[in-house]
Design a protein around this ligand. Sequence first.
Ligand code: ADP
Ligand code: ZN
Length: 746
Amino acid sequence: MISPPQIIEVAIPLYLDRTFHYLVPAPLQGQALPGRRALVPFGRRKVTGYILETTPESSIENLKEIIAVLDSEPLWTAGELEFFRWTAAYYLHPLGEVLRTALPAGINVRSAKDAAGEAGPLTGGKSVRREKYYLPGPTSEPARQPGARAQEILTFIHETGESQASLLRKRFGNCSPQLKRLTELGLLTMQEREVYRDPFKDSVFERDQARLLHSHQKAALDAITACTDRRQFNAFLLYGVTGSGKTEVYLQAIAHVLQLGLNALVLVPEIALTPQLTGRFQARFGGAGLAILHSGLSDGERYDEWRRIRRGLARIVIGARSAVFAPLERIGIIIVDEEHESSFKQSDGLRYNARDLSLVRGRMEQAAVVLGSATPLVTSIHAASQGRLTLLELPERVENRPLPVVERVAMKGIKETVSPPLARMLNETLEQKQQAIVFLNRRGFATFLVCSACGQPLSCPNCSVTLTYHRQRGQSICHYCDYAVPAPGTCPACDGTELTELGAGTEKLEHDLKELLPQARLLRMDSDTTSGKGSHERLLSKMSDGSADILIGTQMIAKGHDFPGVTLVGVINAEAGLGMPDFRAAERTFQLLSQVIGRAGRGELPGRVLVQAYDTGHYAILSAAGHDAAGFYRQELEFRQEAGYPPFSFLAAVGISGMAEQLVSEQAEQSARLLIKLKQQIGARVEVLGPAQSPIYRLRSRYRRQILLKAVTRGDLHRLILAWRQHSRPPTTVRIAVDIDPLDLL
Ligand code: ADP
Ligand code: ZN
């Protein structure tokens, strides 16, 4: 009897707004099940597809057959697929691309050649690490006697019962020939076993215990656990100043959820994934049930963690934005720490925001979602005021440690990078054997070099930005495309040799502080000094163990780290971010300044802060310095309402870019005209702004224009973009990307 041909629906990771049907040849039937990947013919290529469903029939004729099934177990659950589908629909992104983004890089097969060697991730593909083990037997009376060294190894294995090849090599040096010989003689058996790479293998941690909660913490915890106990979705905004004990609330809420037999997902900004934070989770819960996903992991390590989670071996997953797709089941709670961080948004490909998606996943899982921050998003504060988020406040620091006293220094007429009052305070701090942080959110030595002869700044030939002068490296570097030229060098415009440094970066700040305070032990932390593996931690530990006096750094130092010894914080050029052509400039400045200010006085001793700016009167600076968050949010929401920005509208950005300037400009105009025509046709209330040149008009040699779409409802926005997509046929040399809820408008 011939069974009817099986048809499957497959998503393909290409920019196509649809899925495809394939036939399953008889030998593969029973294997080609939903949740697995299949190698499929596509045009003249072979690509990896994701099997979504089996379907009884297809309206398409002449279906092609799949070539191979790549997995022996499903990679995603039906619930996860529902989440992926939601994500694809919301971000107007192909489902296959969403799946590719959600699954760990290690498992994606691109060519047939790779597929041949791949048995599937859960049974062990090529990125699974295997280790050889040697055991005694099967025979004890060999045909011939092994040599003396082999005998020694054999005795050792008999004594230990079994041994890992790596251990044997450590003990006996290179002994592969002996092991091979012993195995041939039947005196040893070799087994290959799968091992997990252990990201914690080098760390030691002490166990700690739950703290007795203060009353605000207790109220917050009670609200969260009441929700998890009912297994009902609810979203909370845990709003607590730095050091108010938010992390302690997370830890105890997670402990509660684990007791219910449910699991916990914790999302943190990449930069906060330091040993300090993960150490606190290990100390509370031990390392065993914990999985950590951060960008420092190799593809193999990441894949191992992914498999541990998929197999149910991890109960708590901590990770940066992509962890929102972690294959964790039975989720009782999702925590998003530092919910205001823009790094939760991915800036290319699938432009998702993990903070927003956590709410979607939480709703599907009927979990509690806790968004925590000392400086929540303006939109979150608004959502809380409307009851869409449940506000939980921790208004005081633990043990009522006072907030630091903040002074402002107007820099008008002051030429030095470090103002005299800040120099004086740094000196005092050193004399008292205390520590200080000096913050400047710009790396490099000078901001840029200017030619004294022709007045031109040195700019990037590929991007419309100036090059940053790095003195130690002797280069002027583009921070967008990494273009670099020897510096100071000559002016490319007029060959002038006299180049003047303008503006200051952290490297210059370090240089100036060295001159000013020769006795001080300085540390600098920015992306130039933390590129090596583990360098981040080395710098931080020098600060915590007191072997450094002053930490200089960019926004990297503003977050998450607790240095109890720091009593002074200096902020250089506090208004640096305010000049950005972005409606969120004030919000970002307020958040960053509040975070930096919060670094002072986290220990026993009170802290003080000095904020340097040319214009100290801007409301973002005034409110941060005055610890007046409520005042800031009030003013900022007024501004947003007047200007019609989120939370009073929804945005989408259409980016048009390409190498040919004229073509990009034409396409942008054409897209805008089409959008305007369509919005009238379908009656969508959407404002079409632009096209305008992007603030960074040229980036990596591409010309960039954008159209901003503003709507009162998400529905109208989506309808319009979908309609436009159907009619838009850009040439292949122009890239058009849609960004829903864009955060970066540069
Ligand atoms: P946040 O996450 O809001 O910055 P943390 O949870 O890190 O705050 O708490 C700040 C410090 O206070 C930490 O050292 C923490 O161990 C301690 N802490 C938190 N809650 C309590 C408590 N209820 N009793 C005593 N110490 C606490
Ligand atoms: Zn560049």
